[in-house]
Ligand binder design. Structure first.
Ligand SMILES: NC(=O)c1ccc[n+]([C@@H]2O[C@H](COP(=O)([O-])OP(=O)(O)OC[C@H]3O[C@@H](n4cnc5c(N)ncnc54)[C@H](O)[C@@H]3O)[C@@H](O)[C@H]2O)c1
Length: 341
């Protein structure tokens, strides 16, 4: 039995707690949130105790795994504290707000000899997983170009409007498009060059739109599109073009009825994709818990979270400078050259 303490009772903390509660080999010991009423509402469904501080989860001797679901800029603090207390950790994506923070977390896990899993949930959507398998099996031949698109549903409202605070969230590229960067890297390998444009910084910032192009070491290219604009609600799609065929998927086609209700301060939350069948969040946490239970390495570890973070931060740099960026340059600048290899 894996005993979990969740930190953060917002959109993701509640999703994770409800998922653990469904697993036969996991138990929610408690949920911590500085707004303890939110934690109480979650444990009413997941079981466990409501705590008012993260430390109550971290220092609890019954807890084997600390699951960190607080806003991104706080990830490092609680991940490091939990690892120092001897816990395994699950951390929502993006791993961290900065490359130096991300690398420090990877090192902390390795030094502590504890596992660090990162919530790159797109790997657990059956269409994305199957598409990757087809690419890896060579069914599409040599891959030339992939297009991905993600977003809609309206700009999220959350704790202290943290998604709108670029220093806290990194904006849409770090928060949302990192999902596609991770899946693309998992599917096609390392990224050598990133070029990005975004509406970030303009007056209508809450409706951010970004387009990122990636060039992979194997020669393939990807166009990664992201938007918070409302039309059609939250949706995702991809198109993979290879020398022997094209594979495509569009989440909008699986939804016969589309209701779009934008988040608001009165009804906070961040739009997450809906898929028929089992929740991919349940699938990802089952994979994490089962690996821990079996004493095996967890599926998406800190190093992989760090690599996705590197691509996202390279895209943010490209938006800032208007120039293409090699992700390795960021590591060299931060004095971390070659760490991710
Ligand atoms: N994998 C996904 O699909 C996905 C989707 C949404 C969000 N996320 C990620 O999950 C993380 C959380 O996002 P969210 O949308 O759940 O945010 P949220 O604002 O809904 O929830 C965050 C919670 O943390 C609490 N909190 C803030 N500071 C705290 C502290 N010091 N100690 C304890 N609790 C504290 C807040 O009260 C709030 O309830 C972010 O890193 C985000 O990028 C991932």
């Amino acid at each position: 039995m894996i005993n979990v303490g969740v930190i953060g009772a917002g959109t993701m903390g509640s999703t994770h707690a409800y998922a653990y509660a469904q697993l036969p080999n996991a138990r929610v010991v408690g949920v911590a949130d500085i707004d303890v009423e939110k934690a109480r509402r979650v444990v009413a469904q997941s079981g466990g105790t409501a705590w008012a501080t993260a430390e109550e989860a971290i220092d609890n001797p019954q807890v084997d795994v600390v699951d960190v679901c607080v806003p991104t800029f706080l990830h490092r603090r609680y991940v490091e504290q939990a690892l120092a207390a001897g816990k395994h950790v699950y951390c929502e994506k993006p791993l961290a707000r900065t490359l130096a923070d991300g690398w420090a977390m990877v090192q902390a896990a390795e030094k502590a000899g504890r596992q660090l899993g990162v919530g790159h949930v797109v790997r657990f959507f059956s269409n994305y997983r199957q598409a990757r398998e087809m690419v890896r099996e060579g069914k599409l031949g040599q891959i030339g170009i992939i297009r991905t698109s993600r977003g809609g549903g309206g700009f999220p409202y959350a704790w202290q409007d943290w998604y709108a605070n670029f220093e806290w969230s990194g904006g849409m590229i770090l928060d949302l498009l990192i999902h596609d960067f991770d899946w693309l890297r998992w599917t096609l390998g390392e990224v050598e060059r990133v070029f990005a444009r975004s509406t970030h910084g303009r007056d209508f910032n809450r409706e951010e739109y970004a387009l990122v192009t990636l060039r992979f070491a194997n020669g393939a290219m990807a166009h990664v599109e992201g938007t918070w604009l409302q039309a059609g609600g939250f949706t995702t799609s991809f198109e993979i073009c290879g020398s022997q065929g094209m594979l495509s998927s569009d989440a909008a086609e699986t939804r016969p009825l589309v209701l779009v209700t934008p988040p608001s301060p009165a009804a906070p939350g961040v739009a997450v994709p809906e898929v028929p069948g089992e929740s991919p969040y349940l699938v990802e946490l089952r994979a994490f818990v089962d690996a821990l239970d079996a004493g095996q390495p967890v599926p998406v570890n800190g190093r992989e979270g760090y690599e996705a973070l590197k691509i996202a931060l390279a895209a943010l740099r490209s938006v800032e400078t208007g120039l293409p960026v090699n992700p390795a340059e960021l590591e060299a600048e931060a004095g971390l050259a070659g760490k991710g290899e």
